[in-house]
Design a binder for this molecule. Structure first.
Ligand code: NAD
Length: 469
């Protein structure tokens, strides 16, 4: 049957109208099909609000558990892809370690099973306290752990019944968006509405600020340096602030030195020292310093001395004494090559003997350059550790067999994370028996975050009944 001219005109007009709509939404940064990525903050939050209500009320606890478990299984197939992309995108870190981080985020981030209900009963009846979602969360993520943070945050946040809109770091946009795309792909395949986990496509500071202060955003989670934590705390919303650190590690004269050396190298060099919890300066009791150093040199450290130390500092510090971003998260081999020293690929850490006031000790360098400071005894070391941690109360570690020293340091440091006789990463579940967290809420005190951290406590009382004894 031949189409009439009038019909053809109508069809063409309809197609053009649809194309216009699609181009319009793409121009706003919104992929109309996938709906995980938005150029416009209002669009992202509007979708998240709708999705969150459905997720909270139309999906049972059992549904949520099944979907989060399924999401974890699905993501396991992508941990390598995301690690490669993160290194390409940011130019920082090591692919093998980023694979380990992504795997850790998938396997050891707790899900909905983490929740319990608190019940108290007495002469007056029964009181229940339950954790309920905030609603839509704005999550600001760092460049240092971009994909692992998105995975870890997304699992925690939706497990508590929330929706999340991410504002990825400007230098980690591609890999953060890909993480969101995959999460969204799985969730929508299970019928979960698009928008439950989404991201802003344009990662400007202005956009991040607009997101944090949006009227329908009920909680802000900020993982990064002091600037973003301050911005989150000034947003007027409840906030989770996961800020910077400068973790010291002490080795005292009672430590198992060979193990201590291996653990310090492993922790310090993990993902080229990008984790906020990673060992940033080594404080060692003088009588065992030479032996410890020998073990470190046998296990992946390369020592720089004399004029080479000056060359290194010129390279890795800016004129105003801050870490040079071009060298943050770079391999030790590459840093050494840039000062004309060729070493085997097995070198993971550049070791430099230093004094306390050295900028390599004082600054959070986020690169595999480990300054080692000698002290006369443990007490001196502890006082120094307290000073160089700068009161962030973030992370610290000790290698010792003296239980008094271990307890004294754990108490005195008051850090959110304290590790004894292991690489620092054991405390986020990599070789340690604890759940993993890539948002360690130091500033605001929630600690290593879990699904519970992104929920609020609600109390419900029934008077005069339901006590059964
Ligand atoms: P960063 O502070 O440069 O960026 C973090 C995020 O905040 C980015 O998305 C950035 O765009 C945004 N941002 C920065 N200033 C902002 C502002 N004023 N308003 C709105 N948004 C803002 O951090 P980075 O370099 O990617 O990460 C490294 C830092 O993060 C280190 O200091 C590290 O210790 C810390 N960190 C802490 C944790 C933790 O759990 N405590 C985890 C990872 C990283």
């Amino acid at each position: 049957m031949a189409l009439r001219e009038q019909d053809i005109k109508q069809i063409v007009a309809k197609v053009l109208e649809e194309l216009k709509d699609q181009v319009g939404s793409l121009e706003k940064g919104r992929t109309s099909q996938a709906s995980y990525c938005y150029g416009d903050v209002d669009d992202a939050v509007e979708m998240a609000v709708k999705a969150q209500k459905i997720w909270q009320w139309e999906y049972s606890l059992e549904d949520k558990k099944k979907i989060v478990d399924g999401l974890k299984k699905f993501l396991l197939d992508y941990v390598e892809e995301l690690a490669v992309l993160a290194v390409e995108d940011t130019g920082m870190g090591r692919v093998d370690d980023k694979i380990a981080k992504n795997r850790l985020a998938v396997e050891k981030t707790p899900g909905p099973e983490f929740f319990t209900t608190k019940a108290t009963s007495g002469d007056n009846g029964l009181v229940l306290e339950e954790l309920s979602p905030f609603g839509v969360i704005a999550s600001i993520t760092p460049s240092t752990n971009p994909t692992a943070s998105v995975i870890n945050n997304a699992i925690c946040m939706i497990s508590g019944g929330n929706a999340v809109v991410f504002a990825p770091h400007p230098s980690a946009v591609k890999c953060s968006l890909r993480s969101c795309e995959l999460i969204n792909q799985y969730l929508t395949s299970q019928g979960v509405p698009a928008g439950l986990v989404s991201s802003l496509s344009i990662a400007t500071l202005e956009n991040a600020r607009k997101l944090m202060t949006h009227k329908d955003v009920r909680l802000v989670s900020a993982t990064g340096g002091p600037g973003v934590v301050k911005a989150a705390l000034s947003s007027g919303k409840p906030a989770i602030g996961a800020g910077p650190g400068n973790p010291p590690v002490i080795v005292d004269e009672t430590a198992h030195l060979e193990k201590a050396a291996k653990d310090v190298i492993a922790g310090c060099s993990f993902d080229n020292n990008l984790p906020c919890i990673a060992e940033k300066e080594l404080i060692v009791v003088n009588c065992v310093a030479d032996q410890l150093k020998r073990y470190m040199l046998e296990n992946g450290a390369f020592e720089l001395k004399g004029g080479d130390v000056g060359k290194l500092k010129k390279l890795v510090l800016t004129e105003d004494g801050k870490p040079n971003k071009d060298y943050v998260g770079k391999d030790a081999v590459r840093i050494l090559a840039d000062i004309g020293i060729k070493v085997p690929e097995s070198v993971r850490v550049i070791l430099v003997e230093a004094e306390e006031q050295d900028l390599l000790v004082q600054e959070e360098m986020l690169m595999p350059v480990l300054p080692m400071v000698r002290v006369s005894d443990f007490e001196d070391g502890l006082m120094m550790a307290l000073r160089v941690e700068h009161g962030f109360r973030h992370s610290a570690a000790i290698h010792s067999t003296n239980i008094d020293n271990m307890s004294r340091m754990a108490r005195a440091m008051e850090t959110t994370i304290f590790t004894k006789n292991a690489p620092s990463f054991a405390s986020i579940g990599f070789g340690g028996d604890c759940p993993t967290a890539f948002t360690i809420a130091t500033t605001t005190g929630q600690g290593p975050t879990t699904p519970l951290s992104f929920c609020r406590v609600r109390r419900c009382l029934l008077h005069g009944a339901f006590r059964i004894v």
